[in-house]
Design a protein around this ligand. Structure first.
Ligand code: BGC
Length: 511
């Protein structure tokens, strides 16, 4: 049980009285956890044989001039993993989702395995298991070994497929006796777009028109190529697992995407079809090949030759190569038709989509992420109805607060309460969702803001040399929930941001 002041406990209890939410209402096999990723929490970036990844390079080059900091030390989970596992156990987590740093395990991306890296992940996995916590492992969370980017451009080359498969092979062989859930790629869509179209994220490749200080890249072709190779690399690792490990290890291999609630800006047929198009571009881009063996027709039509085509062999490799889909969900966007962008000289994914994403609500002045559980429900419906009712994990969901803000993180408590409640609604309406992970266990080195804003259930004092962890109110809330004490902020319903009724109908129509 977490230690928290009487005042905070009273508050949690007070808000626990109106609309009860209890873990007992969930099926016993439904998993609750928290997520992190290697570069964001491990630190020890130059220790024990680890070599840089493209994320190290991006951070050391100024994070696209948007914020400061890097993951050299981060939360130092590399040295503090025992303490962190204890925090998870105190909270009552069923699962911990973390990622393996490819360049810690295989420093040059291919070839020699680093025994210290192997030892670290074995230690972490064993520590989790000895505390009754299941490890869910992501193989790739934005941190390609720099050597592979230098050698052949990383994901833009098909050579990545072989190297990724060999890396996955090492992981399955070494850890697969204890790890049953593997996710190959985190947010493949965001990786391809941020890294290779807009150049705002590692490895910062884009055309000059994108103005993100890219020294190389081609926004017209590379996001499509990178995504294509992610699909092939995933499928190749899946097939390897199927052939070599599945009978022995009985595990599952999934793929992860960022998803947004998408809502037509108006009820015109143009905005409604733009919303459908945006869904095809963001989600169908990957789930169509997994379900049907090919890209959505609208993508083929609008991107033309710039979208790689599947040979029959590749199509067979990819189709069906997925046991579950992991989705990360934070935001809802309005979608506005943008037909004028089609056929532009500097064509790219964004112009091919011919739709513009606007903040929801419009002119958003919220510092926090607006709570829109109804739109997560629409995403779940979409996955269920359009992609064969595939099992789903909510791999990331969480609220952002400024670094060093109060430990009484009410916005996060409200946010988590609303979304955990919405999991129950989803299950009751037949959704195939299998588990829910809070982003994040700890305040860490954030992808979009460094150390300026945080998502942690635990505050990490970055000014304290020992990087002291302290539970926030949200950790207390999660712990209460996980330990079977019922709770609920009555405020939840008040703070949920809903569109006008007609829009809600449209969303379902569009989905
Ligand atoms: C990423 C995380 C990131 C989080 C919060 C997700 O897009 O997978 O690495 O820190 O969002 O911004």
């Amino acid at each position: 049980m977490l230690k928290f002041g009487l005042f905070q406990l009273l508050l949690v209890a007070l808000i626990s009285s109106s609309h009860a939410l209890s873990k007992d209402e969930f099926p016993p096999e439904f998993l609750f956890g928290a997520s992190t990723s290697a570069y964001q929490v491990e630190g020890a970036a130059n220790e024990d044989g680890r070599k840089p990844s493209i994320w190290d390079t991006f951070a050391h080059n100024g994070n696209g001039n948007r914020y400061e900091g890097n993951g050299d030390v981060a939360c130092d989970q590399y040295h503090k993993y025992k303490e962190d596992v204890q925090l998870m156990a105190n909270m009552g987590l069923d699962v911990y989702r973390f990622s393996i740093s490819w360049s810690r395990l295989i420093p040059d991306g291919r070839g020699q395995v680093n025994s210290k890296g192997l030892q670290y992940y074995n230690n972490l996995i064993n520590e989790l298991i000895s505390h009754g916590i299941q490890p869910h492992v992501t193989l790739y969370h934005w941190d390609l070994p720099q050597t592979l980017d230098d050698k052949y451009g990383g994901w833009v080359s098909r050579r990545i497929v072989k190297d990724f498969t060999a890396y996955a092979d090492v992981c399955f062989r070494e850890f697969g006796d204890r790890v049953k859930y593997w996710t190959t790629v985190n947010e493949a869509n965001a990786c391809a777009l941020g890294g290779y179209e807009q150049g705002s994220l590692p490895p910062q490749r884009c055309s000059p028109s994108f103005k993100n200080n890219c020294s190389r890249g081609n926004s017209s072709t590379e996001p499509y190529l990178a995504a294509h190779h992610m699909l092939l690399a995933h499928a190749s690792a899946f097939r390897l697992y199927e052939k070599k490990y599945k009978d022995m290890q009985h595990g599952f291999i999934g793929f992860n995407l960022i998803t947004y609630g998408l809502l037509p800006l108006s009820n015109t047929s143009e905005d409604i079809s733009a919303t459908k198009r945006a869904q095809e571009f963001y989600i169908g881009w990957f789930l169509n090949p997994f379900t049907f063996g090919d890209y959505p027709d609208i993508m083929k039509k609008n991107a033309g030759w710039r979208l790689p085509s599947f040979t029959q062999k590749d199509s067979n490799l990819v189709k069906g190569s997925i046991d579950f889909v992991g989705i990360n969900f934070y935001y809802t966007h309005y979608v506005k038709n943008s037909p004028g962008s089609l056929g532009m000289e500097d064509a790219s994914f964004s112009t091919d989509m011919a739709a513009e994403l606007l903040s929801f609500p419009l002119n958003d002045t919220y510092t926090e992420i607006p709570i829109t559980t109804w739109s997560l429900q629409a995403v779940l419906d979409l996955l269920e109805n359009s992609y064969g009712n595939i099992p789903i994990f909510i791999h990331e969901n969480g609220q952002k607060t400024p670094q060093n803000s109060s430990l009484e993180d009410w916005p996060r408590v409200k946010y988590l309460h609303a979304y955990v409640g919405s999991m129950l609604d989803a299950l009751r309406s037949g959704s195939h969702v299998k588990g829910y992970f809070v982003w994040s266990l700890l305040d860490s080195f954030e992808l979009l803001s460094g150390y300026e804003s945080t998502f942690g259930l635990y505050h990490v004092d970055m000014n304290d040399p020992s990087l002291r962890r302290q539970p926030k109110l949200s950790a207390q809330w999660y712990s209460n929930f996980l330990n079977g004490r019922s709770l609920d902020p009555m405020v939840t319903t008040e703070i949920e941001i809903k569109p006008m009724l007609s829009h809600t109908r449209l969303l379902h129509h569009a989905a």
